[in-house]
Design a binder for this molecule. Structure first.
Ligand code: AHM
Ligand code: MG
Length: 333
């Protein structure tokens, strides 16, 4: 089958995963079935995002999530879509979402070997103004102890990021793109709305070794620890330009493709950082590393941090090799 426009063969994300799995005998098709839950949910979400101004889905709901943030209607729709589409997959044992205070235990059986954490709609403050938002997810294999009847579901979720078996995100931007890794490189699939499928568009993405942009909310500069300001000054002296969307998925996607550095340091309001370790920092850190970049919380590699709660926050600094090595030089001794 070819794309009539340019005669390139069409490879869908489903085909791609099945093909990857053929290289690893013993791996069943359950992972592709699980991922199809995510692709279905994100297609439902993007359909709502595309029609947002036309339907009664914009605006805030009268509820506040566990982070103390007002929930947007689209946040709630996105959360329900993911909970539903993943909840019916037998291989999923436990889910955790930014929008739910507690983890959702679906099945205790040993066959339900995966735990999935997600931010259903990242960048909520951009929903009402037609700026890119997205979905971020991370997939873990549950620990043996957490799978037995009466086992603690949290144990399967609170694993350091290096244990992720897959992670990805979808950006609902000028086009809808799914980017994921299973630890064998990073691949991007653009949703072709005419056929309703994610089609391979960016195989083996590599982050440039050096970029042109730094990405940070500079309005908080006076409340960052001092060395962050010094680092930004050095980038400005090197004639960097600044880009900041305010949706992690969009800022990360640009950094992945164009290189540079993204920073969300500790601030006075968020002394431990604002972004969430399990479903924001870990997935993008895994992807950054797989693409040749790196990610830190300022002192420690993000993927090495042992989480102690599902909604834990973290500072996040990630990007290209050059900018990250420069950042390390500004670390206080
Ligand atoms: P959200 O998950 O509630 O949308 O919040 C996370 C978002 C990130 O997408 C983004 O990087 C950050 O918050 C922006 O925060 P700020 O407005 O403080 O710059
Ligand atoms: Mg978010």
């Amino acid at each position: 089958m070819t794309d009539s426009m340019d005669q390139r063969p069409i490879i869908t994300v489903q085909q791609y995963i099945l093909r990857e799995q053929q290289n690893f005998p013993g791996v069943s098709g359950e992972f592709s079935w699980l991922l199809s839950g995510i692709t279905l949910a994100t297609k439902m979400i993007q359909a709502k995002v595309r029609r947002a101004g036309l339907s009664d889905i914009l605006g805030a709901e009268a509820t506040v999530n566990v982070q103390g943030e007002v929930q947007q209607r689209l946040d709630l729709y996105a959360n329900s879509a993911l909970l539903h589409c993943l909840g019916v997959r037998d291989s999923v044992g436990v889910l955790a979402s930014e929008e739910n205070d507690k983890p959702i235990v679906l099945r205790a059986s040993a066959g339900a070997k995966y735990a999935i954490v997600f931010d259903p709609l990242d960048g909520s403050s951009n929903i009402d103004v037609n700026v890119s938002v997205g979905t971020i997810f991370s997939i873990l294999r549950r620990t043996e102890a957490s799978m037995v009847e009466g086992g603690d579901p949290l144990e399967g979720l609170l694993q350091p990021g290096y244990k992720q078996i897959a992670a990805g995100y979808v950006v609902y931007g000028s086009s809808t793109i799914l980017v994921y890794t299973t630890g064998r490189g990073v691949h991007g699939f653009t949703l072709d709305p005419s056929v309703g499928a994610y089609v391979l568009s960016h195989e083996h993405i590599r982050m440039p070794e050096k970029g042109k942009y730094y990405s940070i909310n500079e309005a908080y500069r006076d409340t960052f620890p001092g060395h962050y300001g010094q680092y930004i000054d050095s980038l400005r002296q090197q004639k960097y330009a600044s880009r900041y969307v305010g949706s992690l998925v969009a800022d990360f996607h640009r950094t992945l493709l164009k290189g540079g550095v993204f920073l969300y340091p500790p601030t006075t309001d968020h002394p431990h950082g604002k972004l969430r370790l399990l479903y924001e920092a870990n997935p993008v850190a895994f992807i950054a590393e797989q693409a040749g970049g790196s990610a830190t919380n300022g002192t420690t590699r993000i993927l090495d941090v042992q989480p102690d709660s599902i909604h834990q926050r973290t500072p996040l600094i990630l990007g290209s090799q050059y900018e990250m090595s420069q950042f390390a030089k500004f670390q206080p001794k």
